[in-house]
Design a protein around this ligand. Sequence first.
Ligand SMILES: [Fe+2]
Ligand SMILES: [Fe+2]
Length: 263
Amino acid sequence: MPTARTIFEEIFDDDQAFQLFCSIAASGEAQGGWENSRIAALVPGPQRDLAPKIVRHGSDEDRHGRIFDALLRKRGLDPVAVPPDMDYTMRLETVGIGLAHSLLQGDQKLTDHDIVTYLAHSRVTEQRASEQMHALCKYAGDRPDIGSAVRMISNDEDNHLAYCHEELLRLTAAGHAELIRSTLRATAMAEIVIYRDVTQAVMAHLARILGWSKAKSAAMVAGIRAVYIYERLGGWRRMVSLRMPARRDALGGPPETFSRLYR
Ligand SMILES: [Fe+2]
Ligand SMILES: [Fe+2]
């Protein structure tokens, strides 16, 4: 029976699987970096105190993208194109979750409503990122090739999540409670479906690369569906709750230095 640890080992020990994994991760991070840099440029006047934090958020995501690229290069691999059905960020945008790229490509200032949309999207997707990085730390954090990278990224994703909680609570107190509640719920309900579909698409591709048996692939699909059912039946609530984080002002300082290892 495959375990999370053995699955990660298989992926990271195989060049082609590692190449797909890092390419998907790098592409998602780079898109997040671009989105945040555009949002920072378009922040409305009343929310201008947020701008430096959004810049920091974007520069963290850009750095994560460069780290995944560097992991590929260290292994002598080039990034590969991410198939559209495995592109989590673009699929969320396509179903209208988060701010539309057409809006971000323009020069019109965002509204307070848009800022709620951005923070709700980040609250939900950073929860996913934080949990995924915790899993990577747990099952692959002791690998010499990727251990320090995943620990560094995991710490950043926890900061991003803390920032979303804190800023959404501030906007809740400022009178946006109902908008925040409904936006978080809609975002989470869409995200859990897209996460399930993207995970299945990635797993099917990895199964071909790694030559998995039908039984092993079926076990993986069953696992992905079980996660979706858990999330649909109530697990989604963990993605929409708001609690003042222990880490306050998590994005208040300058970005962490990009370690020489990943330059
Ligand atoms: Fe990231
Ligand atoms: Fe993040």
